[in-house]
Design a protein around this ligand. Sequence first.
Ligand code: C2E
Ligand code: CA
Ligand code: CA
Ligand code: CA
Length: 277
Amino acid sequence: FIPLGITAGLVIFAIAYGLTRHRFSARAELLHALRKSQLFLLYQPIFELPTNTCIGAEALLRWRHEDGAVVSPDRFIPVAEDSGLIQLVTRRVMELVCKDLTPFLRRNPDFHLSINLSPQDLQSPDTVGQIEQMIRTIGPGAGKFVIEATERGLLEQESTLAVVNAIRALGVEVAIDDFGTGYSSLAYLTTYPFDILKIDKSFTCTACTDSVTSQVALHIIELANTLGMRTLVEGIETPEQAELFRSKGVNYGQGYLFGQPMTAAELVNFVPLHSTP
Ligand code: C2E
Ligand code: CA
Ligand code: CA
Ligand code: CA
């Protein structure tokens, strides 16, 4: 017979130990992935809605595990963010863009290449230097870069605003990602100088069937336009959705209708076929 207090203590210790160990091993695995070059990028096309042409792509990270299984970023980006590895991961993303697309971006100076940044990236001035390095490697005037920031990353901090401003000073555009899923969206819109607003895919599928959602989406689009931002709708899967948002004056669309995330080689073949010369 063990007294209740000790039992509870042991259970809590065991759980805490297990969690810490799990976190340590997840961090070690991710470091291993970085060392062994197991991270790679896929690129999802971005279309200009009025002209129906591919004008850019978003870089989306993947991890090919030892056993060949491909791990989704929703599973390992949070590990990277919680274990202090995210800035190494972001640096790797930029190196991969250079490795994958330098000749392509030199041939296509107007192509928009979007990169996702995490909260910590936006709080660190080092990020600005890394972006500058990427632009220098690819060649000034080659490609147009866009940084995607999520609302959860944009704490109202002076340091974040300074980083965002420094990124824009490099001629890189800044997009607010997943708009409509956070809590303080409206405050962020007036605090940060965003160039592009990405409407979250949770609006997209319901907008066609639900008039309230469609009204909300319409007002977000109007608000963005009033504030001088261009708009992009994520998660477009059907021609009806594309038509709806095209008719509302949305600038860009992204989703399975236009193209799945694909390898750099696939993207290079995809683009000439889908844009007017
Ligand atoms: P996100 O930035 O919102 O990226 C869009 C996600 O929606 C991608 O998932 C994409 O594959 C998926 N998607 C695209 N079109 C459709 C569609 O028509 N329907 C549906 N249902 N889904 C669609 P993915 O690639 O699994 O990425 C998940 C999230 O992981 C991203 O969400 C982003 O927040 C994060 N992420 C990905 N790559 C990076 C990275 O390099 N750095 C950082 N910090 N985060 C990343
Ligand atoms: Ca994104
Ligand atoms: Ca998004
Ligand atoms: Ca997302």
